[in-house]
Design a binder for this molecule. Structure first.
Ligand code: DLL
Length: 436
């Protein structure tokens, strides 16, 4: 493995003590700003009898109230902005599929900071000014494409603003423009791999070296599959629109957790039930506080993403805490017949099965008092059976493996290619039809 450069040596490799001092100063400044400018925060602080001056150490953070998606909904569209609209130069929104989306804003300074945060994780994944970066995220209100686009330009790479979908054209451009870095969702990377197979194109004939994938949960098994089928190094990066978009955290080439940009965000892990901060290393819900954002600061935002933090030093030299791949969202955790199941656990099982394709969806229903789990898997050429008997045996073997891995029974079904909905390239993994 060749070591990649570090984009912002001073901030990414800052000694912990200095970093924590910087975090505290920035936290205090942020609290003062939101208390003065955002009614919602002022009300919440007052309710708890807290004033910004009461926060004198980082451990005081846990006294502050959480911010939730519901707060953003109640203050739709601009109620959480901490600057007047005339200072806002960009608006994005979350990729929610139901209800009103969440609106987020950026000042000119925020855009510059964001670009640099994205440049950090892209550099950590090995991208340099010599690269040709193809953005296969959808442009628009979604933060994915613009985030990676500006990050690439900041590095000085050549950006191809391809946008999402249109897979054959993506492949043609990849071939002709000699794309070296692919950006998109991991599930879209597999769609590209499927199409390459179908078109009879050897991935080795492309110039691709690295993939920067994010925007949705994906397992290590899925990474292995992408790396093997596209012949690239596949790295993970994490973010959410409410907090900034991509740029919150990203992997270096050691792939041992995503480095969190801690000079810009404080990460905590809480118990999603009680809201209590959990000890270092515990699995729980990630809560993020922004430290440098002007237009849309976030105090203790409950991400709903389940992960854990790693403190051990990384061989790359960055001093930041890392977050592990997310196991899913707390609101995606399924309790099926009383057993807690994350879609990622099912994904691990599916990927381990030879010939089993990765585009899947879980459908949970309740018949009477009993929960049922159906796993729909999109058919591709790898799962083509000339005999019904063979197909049945294949499906039954998956059902057995799921049962022994999760302790829950499931029915497995094959469905038409591309019949599982994707939003902004993100696969919709869970449909829970139970009315509980
Ligand atoms: O998906 C921002 C983003 C775009 C990140 C592109 C990385 C790359 P939203 O549309 O607001 O923003 O969705 C945020 O997506 O809370 C997670 O549940 C999920 N998510 C994002 N990245 C990852 C990842 C963008 N690497 C929500 N692994 C988050 C797992 C992820 N889940």
């Amino acid at each position: 493995m060749s070591a990649a450069a570090i984009w912002d040596l001073e901030n990414e490799c800052m000694p912990r003590e200095e970093l924590e001092q910087l975090q505290l100063e920035r936290l205090q400044a942020t609290l003062n700003r939101v208390y003065k400018n955002v009614k919602c925060y002022q009300n919440k602080f007052k309710e708890l009898g807290i004033e910004p001056e009461d926060v004198t150490s980082l451990s005081d953070l846990s006294k502050l109230p959480f911010t939730t998606k519901e707060d953003l909904r109640l203050n739709y569209p601009y109620g959480m902005f901490a600057v007047p609209l005339r200072e806002v130069v960009r608006i994005h929104s979350s990729s929610g599929t139901t209800g009103k989306p969440t609106v987020v804003g950026y000042t000119r300074h925020d855009l510059k900071a964001w670009s640099n945060l994205v440049a950090r994780f892209m550099t950590a994944a090995g991208v340099t000014h010599d690269d040709v970066v193809q953005i296969a995220f959808g442009y628009g209100l979604f933060t994915g494409a613009f985030g990676l686009h500006y990050g690439s330009e900041t590095i000085g790479a050549a950006v191809i603003p391809m946008g999402g979908g249109n897979t054959e054209k993506q492949i043609m451009i990849m071939q002709d423009y000699k794309t070296t870095a692919l950006v998109g969702t991991p599930s879209y990377a597999l769609t590209i791999a499927d199409r390459l197979d179908k078109m009879g194109i050897d991935p080795k004939s492309l110039s691709l070296k690295v993939g920067l994938f994010g925007g949705e949960p994906w397992s290590e098994a899925m990474r292995a599959e992408i790396e093997q089928r596209l012949q690239i190094i596949a790295t993970d990066n994490y973010g959410l629109s409410e907090v900034i978009g991509p740029g919150v955290a990203g992997e270096c080439l050691h792939k041992c957790g995503m480095h969190i940009a801690e000079d810009a965000f404080i990460a905590e892990i809480i118990d999603p039930e009680t809201g209590k901060v959990l000890p270092s290393g515990s699995v729980g819900e990630l809560v993020l506080t922004s430290l440098t954002k002007e237009a849309f600061p976030m105090i203790r935002y409950r991400t709903r993403d389940i992960t854990s933090l790693v403190n051990e030093p990384c061989a790359c030299g960055r001093t930041s805490v890392r977050m592990k791949k997310t196991m899913g969202r707390s609101d995606d955790m399924l309790i099926i017949k009383g057993v807690n199941v994350f879609p990622s656990q099912i994904e691990e099982v599916l990927f381990a099965i030879e010939g089993c394709e990765p585009h899947y969806q879980l459908i949970v229903e309740r018949s009477g008092v009993t929960d049922t789990l159906e796993i729909d898997i999109e058919v591709t050429e790898n799962i083509f059976f000339d005999e019904m008997k063979k197909q049945r045996a294949f499906l039954e073997s998956i059902e057995r493996k799921i049962h022994s891995a999760l302790g829950v029974g499931a029915t497995v079904k094959l469905v038409e290619p591309n019949s599982i909905p994707r939003h902004e390239g993100k696969a919709e993994r869970v449909i829970d039809k139970r009315k509980i």
